[in-house]
Design a protein around this ligand. Structure first.
Ligand SMILES: *Cc1c(COP(=O)(O)O)cnc(C)c1O
Length: 355
């Protein structure tokens, strides 16, 4: 069998959920498991996070899969209902859609009173992605309130800069100005806000990336927050090449040896989810030692410089990311974020669950 494997550690998920609870002890936790549980597998992560108070997903199909697997907690549909035929499905499965456009309010009004009990009304506080503008919010809230069948309306927003030095104070003031006088549950914090902005925790926090043990804040490693990586992507060296000075490796000959150099060929490429943009020098663990990649990542393989690891040979274990090589380090080297690498784990990679 091709030696690549992703290992998903459910203990690490439980540990990271406990970190969320330690930071936000008075808040309900809506575990964000969109994008197939950030690439880890929807039902797999739901199992590890079964003590969460709610789950957030995008598709109604994912929500149904969670209900069919027996989960009874709140399930938030982050992009809301896409069409009116989803209203009775959301009602049947007791899902909680985000309401972010007036036509979604009209869909609910038309189906009343057979409606989901609990919806989340989203305010656009400056990110300009989803949600009612401050000017439209009052009308949206008032019309939602008059619809028979809706019992709870949680007010929510999402910050554009919770992970940035500028912080969230402007957007938070907008949210507070609109909602302070309203006695309703509130939800505004993603992972970065859970970790950095205590004043945002309120009734529901919505952590995603931190649950998977990657950092929401570029430049601050996840272990600074006591988070543990959930996914380890591992493989093996499947061939060795010895280059003479002046010889090159891989497509485009992007790496040329300056002296005799042993190169390991690793069974992992961009079709497995490894970033093709990873430059020479991206960290990688071979036989327990930190090494670095060289040459262009191909579809199925990549190259590692084995200088300083003479014991490395065919069959040597390789960690692409995980406990020793943080996914965020590979991401930073490749000009992206851990989120993207985790979500991009390819379906062809066999997954083993531990913990
Ligand atoms: C994805 C998402 C989150 C989780 O964000 P992280 O940065 O992964 O913690 C929270 N809220 C909303 C609305 C989201 O779309």
């Amino acid at each position: 069998m091709r030696p690549i494997q992703a290992t998903i550690d459910l203990d690490a998920l439980r540990h990271n959920l406990a970190v969320v609870r330690r930071h936000a002890p008075r808040s309900n936790v809506m575990a964000v498991i969109k994008a197939n549980g950030y690439g880890h597998g929807l039902l797999r992560v739901a199992e590890g996070l079964k003590d969460a108070d709610g789950f957030a997903v995008l598709n109604i199909e994912e929500a149904i899969a969670l209900r069919q697997a027996g989960y009874t907690q709140t399930i938030l549909l982050l992009e809301g209902l896409f069409s009116e035929d989803e209203v009775p499905i959301a009602t049947h499965y007791a899902l909680s859609p985000v309401i972010h456009r007036f036509d979604q309010i009209h869909m609910l009004a038309a189906a009343a009173p057979a409606l989901p009990d609990h919806v989340f009304l989203k305010i656009n506080t400056g990110m300009n992605r989803l949600g009612f503008t401050p000017a439209a919010f009052t009308e949206a809230y008032a019309s939602l309130k008059t619809i028979d069948g809706i019992r709870d309306i949680t007010l929510m927003t999402h910050f554009a800069t919770a992970d940035e030095p500028v912080g969230i104070s402007d957007a938070l003031s907008v949210f507070k100005r609109l909602t302070d006088a309203i006695d309703a549950p509130k939800s505004i914090a993603n992972s970065a806000s859970v970790l950095r902005h205590l004043e945002t925790h309120l009734d529901w926090v919505r952590p995603g990336i931190m649950l998977y043990g990657a950092t929401p804040v570029s430049g601050t490693p996840a272990d600074t927050y006591g988070l543990r990586p959930v996914m380890t992507l591992s493989s093996e060296v499947i061939a060795i090449q010895t280059l003479q000075a002046g010889e090159s490796a891989g497509y485009g000959m992007r790496f040329t040896a300056e002296q005799p150099t042993r190169i390991g060929i690793v069974a992992c490429g961009y079709a497995d989810g490894y970033p093709r943009h990873a430059p020479n020098g991206t960290p990688i663990l071979v036989a327990g030692k930190v090494a670095h990649t060289v040459g262009r990542v191909s579809m199925d393989m990549l190259f590692v410089d084995l200088t300083g690891i003479p014991e490395a040979d065919v069959g040597s274990p390789v960690e692409l990311w995980g406990n020793q090589v943080p996914v965020d380090a590979v991401a930073e080297s490749s000009g992206t974020v851990g989120y993207e690498l985790l979500c991009a784990l390819a379906p062809r990679v066999p997954v083993k669950v531990v913990g």
